[in-house]
Design a protein around this ligand. Sequence first.
Ligand SMILES: Cc1ncc(COP(=O)(O)O)c(C=O)c1O
Length: 374
Amino acid sequence: MHNPIASLLRADIAGFAPYTPIVPLDVLAQRLGLPLGDLIKLDANENPYGPTAATRAALAELATETGARTQTALYPDPDTTSLRTAIGTHLGQSPDRIICGNGSDEIIDVLMRATITPGAAVVDATPTFGMYAYSTHLYQGTYIEVPRTASFALDIDQMRAAITRHQAKIVILAAPNNPTGNPLTRDELLALLDLPLIVVSDEAYAEFSGISFVDLIDSHPNLVVLRTFSKWAGLAGLRVGYGVMHETLAAELRKIKPPYTVNVAADVAATAAIRDYASMKPLLEQICQDRDAFAAQLTTLGCAVYPSVANFLLVRTPVSASTVRDELMKAGILIRYFPKPRLADCIRISIGTAAQHERVLDVLETIFVQQKGQ
Ligand SMILES: Cc1ncc(COP(=O)(O)O)c(C=O)c1O
């Protein structure tokens, strides 16, 4: 039968590759026949400890009779005024330079929506975070991949050449890079900022790396810094991220961002979290220490671990990485596997608790022995 809907859709949607998201825990628990509490989720670089006590208290307040009536029953502040003020204070930046969204994913989307017309180029250093290609394709832009070097650093000469050749509108760089974990250096960024395009430093993991380029916004109105509450703050489920950029660009983006995408719970929790950053800081340091210890243990097991300044490790496994992913999954341990060039022999493991690492190491050891014996 003729389906009239297909002819109504944009022609490119039929061939559009969807983003591969993670599988929710309850769905997976059911699929594996394991109790939800037994699963170890190390596939999305979340904070295994969750938000701080003050952040949880702010959320609990929303569930009281007064909170429900005066906050959750009402539309959120479309300008996220309190949140932007709190972020501005935290970063030493004017709130006019900040735009909050439904995760930093939304800021990536808004940036692309503002700049990408069909065929316009976005240059990227791959392998990297998949949403950059996804959002580029959503606006029918051309995604230009410049391969990273053997150590996953940027190939600056090639990047500059590609940007000029394609008259790119945006170059987007994860700093540190996901899934490789290596930092973006200030010199690399500066080497691109003098070109006539928007340069994005996606600092989703900056609270772990301790490296940010927010200070360069004063001198570089084409720089956009992205940050998120999904990783350090333990608020991935509430979806809140932000961009920091020159106020002129922020004002333009604000015009095309739908007004209520940061909901009341996200707004309240993120505001509390950033005001309470000092309470979270020791835990972030702990996570970095645990990362380094975990990396050493994985190396002892025969893995090659790439140096990381983030809250995850890219690990080359001594036996097939896709098999390791499958076997870990059967044991209720979720990690990320990317069937992509240069990553197909690796897994990415988020940093969890020390107890979770012990369990992962035990299961990995068994998998390696079994697989090598086959
Ligand atoms: C580099 C990078 N940028 C952005 C995001 C998206 O973050 P959010 O949850 O704020 O949308 C992620 C999440 O994995 C990421 O790794």
